[in-house]
Design a protein around this ligand. Structure first.
Ligand code: 8NA
Ligand code: MG
Ligand code: MG
Ligand code: MG
Length: 299
């Protein structure tokens, strides 16, 4: 029913924000993270960043109009940026949101970034809540992921990254009652079918064939661990990580962060996808407790 549907973005957002905040906290000293966690949960608060801040904006847009409406989403993003600008936004993202807030039309500002649009991983990092919202209809997932991306990321790679993460989240949600192997098969198939032709898609095609038993460091070097902060350098690795540890939130996040690179953003996306399958009960209670409280759902 409507009430249960309204909760869906928040379920995914819990995993996304714990990942964001955990990854941000571990970004320095990421190689030691497994040892550190074994000694006990690091003291909170773990501060969340732009990843969670923008995902909250997606949630608000879904609650307000049941879909992604670009003018509204641009307005919400710009308002949230203005209220709380020091969340580690990407440089171009901050400039775009500043300009939208000053009344510039989002479409022109988004197209002009880098002369053809940003391919930063910022459209992918925030998109997961809408995957859960539209989980019954993957055509709608693709359509609204694209709309949500191009408000700030006009470049086809930025959009492809968002579509892939949204589809992975939706499929993880749809297959939560299936055995793990069956779920993994469906997620991989839909990702390859629905991600537009791009460098990001080629990376995903490689990722789904890479042995899940390899170490994250090795695979991160092969696929890119997000250190370039772009969609093609980030999303294929995120997909590999999410698929190899879809049944275990804590293992997923620790191995994600161990590989370094864009730790907070990688962990935000992996945390979101895994939580779409496991629910909030898959997140250790003390990790949820340590994360800085989230803002309310409706602005
Ligand atoms: P963005 O749109 O500013 O893009 C991020 C970066 O991607 C840019 O600064 C460029 O280096 C690169 N890039 C994007 N498009 C192009 C292009 N067409 N040609 C060449 N290079 C390009 O911001 P975003 O929202 O996509 O970024 C998200 C990332 O920024 C996340 O990792 C997020 O956590 C944040 N971030 C913050 C810090 C920090 O410490 N404040 C560090 C890294 C990332
Ligand atoms: Mg961040
Ligand atoms: Mg950060
Ligand atoms: Mg980041």
């Amino acid at each position: 029913d409507e009430d249960a549907r309204k909760q869906r973005p928040r379920v995914v957002l819990e995993g996304l924000s714990v990942g964001d905040a955990f990854g941000e906290m571990c970004a320095y000293g990421h190689a030691e993270v497994r040892k550190r966690v074994a000694l006990g949960v690091p003291a909170g608060p773990w501060w969340w960043t732009d990843d969670a801040a923008m995902a909250v904006g997606i949630e608000e847009c879904l609650h307000r109009c049941g879909a992604i409406e670009e003018d509204l989403l641009a307005w919400i993003f710009a308002r949230n940026y203005k209220r709380d600008p020091d969340r580690g936004y990407g440089k171009m993202a901050a400039r775009i949101l500043q300009q939208i807030g000053e009344g510039e039309p989002w479409e022109r500002v988004s197209k002009e970034a880098f002369n053809g649009g940003s391919m930063g991983n910022g459209a992918a990092m925030r998109v997961a809540p809408l995957g859960a919202w539209f989980a019954e209809d993957l055509d709608l997932v693709v359509k609204h992921a694209m709309k949500s991306a191009r408000v700030t990321h006009w470049h086809p790679e930025g959009i492809a990254g968002a579509i892939a993460v949204a589809v992975a989240t939706a499929c993880a949600w749809r297959t939560r009652d299936l055995a793990l192997d069956a779920a993994l098969e469906i997620i991989a198939t839909e990702l390859l079918q629905r991600t537009p032709e791009s460098e990001t898609r080629s990376g995903i095609a490689a990722a789904v064939t890479i042995d899940p038993r390899l170490s994250p460091e090795v695979v991160g070097r092969r696929l890119g661990n997000g250190s370039l902060v772009t969609a093609p350098d980030t999303v294929p690795f995120v997909i590999w990580l999410a698929l190899r540890s879809l049944g275990d939130f804590q293992e997923a996040l620790i191995s994600t962060v161990e590989a370094g690179g864009d730790c907070d953003t990688n962990a935000a996306m992996v945390g979101a996808i895994v939580t779409a399958r496991l629910g909030v009960s898959g997140i250790p209670a003390d990790w949820l407790e340590a994360r800085e409280a989230l803002p309310p759902a409706d602005g």
